[in-house]
Design a protein around this ligand. Structure first.
Ligand SMILES: C[S@@+](CC[C@H](N)C(=O)[O-])C[C@H]1O[C@@H](n2cnc3c(N)ncnc32)[C@H](O)[C@@H]1O
Length: 288
């Protein structure tokens, strides 16, 4: 794509059309939507406003930015990292390669929790907070609640703090850098409900993970040991800390039976399917 076609610069409409066709020929899904989102970002516009500028020429600088976005996208970078954000429920969250890109399944986990907890708990914990998606959604849904949010990655916590500030819940989320629950005993004490979307991909499933995820998303956010269950086993090592609490987990395909075996001896287990019909979520009421 040259800066000018002959003597006339590209218009918004022409750029969207050309780029959607290009992405389509490259076999990229949602070619038109992606083209629009990337161009809107290059122009620092909301996507819906593109149509009001449909016949406007695009200046050289945004065109150059847009071209670099196209390049990154066809090289396989997730669009969320190029745009710098991801919508999670109704929250626009900053994301970058320091954080896992929140997935739509996790929105269902939040819906389940909000429905089941009926605004009751005053203290939640978001274990492995990443971008802060779970903690922020819980804080917004439970206006009286305090959230303890932890992650092993200090860089992820920086992103989560910025997201919490954007969504005006920074004063109700206590962020801690910690390896699992180590050193958090006193903070976990008042917590009634722990929520965790752990790294649950098994090393034995590495080949099934998309190349874009493997290349761009943080390794630490993805892999949970040889069979993906290390994080859940770690929870059991801390079961004395979790007595009388409810813990919600997201988990991977084919992990339901093994997780039920792991957790049934320590509490009452309930499982739930996701919208695709896959068993995906688990709650454990730890015995007192
Ligand atoms: C699958 S991501 C989930 C992120 C976010 N909660 C979400 O649902 O989008 C797992 C998160 O666990 C964090 N994590 C991995 N190992 C950890 C550990 N040993 N202790 C604390 N956090 C850990 C990762 O840094 C990552 O942010």
């Amino acid at each position: 794509m040259s800066a000018e076609k002959g003597t006339k610069p590209w218009t918004v409409q022409e750029l969207v059309g050309w780029t959607a066709g290009f992405f389509g020929r490259k076999g990229l899904a949602k070619a038109r939507l992606s083209a629009e989102l990337l161009l809107a970002e290059a122009l620092k516009l909301d996507r819906t406003l593109l149509y009001s500028r449909w016949n406007d020429p695009v200046d050289a600088i945004p065109l150059e930015v847009f071209r670099s976005y196209i390049q990154r996208y066809v090289e396989g970078e997730p669009i969320e990292y190029i745009l710098g954000y991801r919508w999670f429920m109704t929250y626009r969250l900053e994301v970058n390669p320091d954080v896992f890109i929140p997935r739509v399944e996790t929105e269902e986990l939040i819906e389940w929790i909000v429905q089941k907890e009926n605004r009751r708990p005053r203290w939640f914990m978001d274990l492995g907070t990443g971008s802060g998606a779970i903690g922020i959604a819980l804080a917004r849904a439970h206006p009286e609640a305090t959230i303890v949010a932890s992650d092993k990655s200090e860089r992820a916590l920086d992103v989560a703090r910025r997201n919490a500030r954007t969504h005006r819940v920074l004063d109700r989320i206590l962020f801690y850098q910690a390896d699992f629950l180590d050193g958090l005993d006193e903070l976990v004490d008042p917590v009634e409900v722990v929520v965790c979307n752990p790294p649950y991909v098994g090393e034995n499933e590495r080949q099934e993970v998309s190349p874009a995820t493997l290349r761009y998303e943080p390794e630490m956010a993805l892999f949970g040991g040889p069979d993906g269950l290390d994080f859940y086993r770690k929870t059991l090592e801390h079961r004395s800390l979790l007595r009388g609490k409810r813990v919600y987990f997201e988990f991977g395909l084919e992990q339901k039976e093994r997780l039920e075996e792991l957790f049934s001896p320590v509490g009452a287990v309930t499982c739930k399917r996701d919208m695709y019909g896959h068993w995906r979520f688990l709650s454990v009421d730890f015995h007192s």
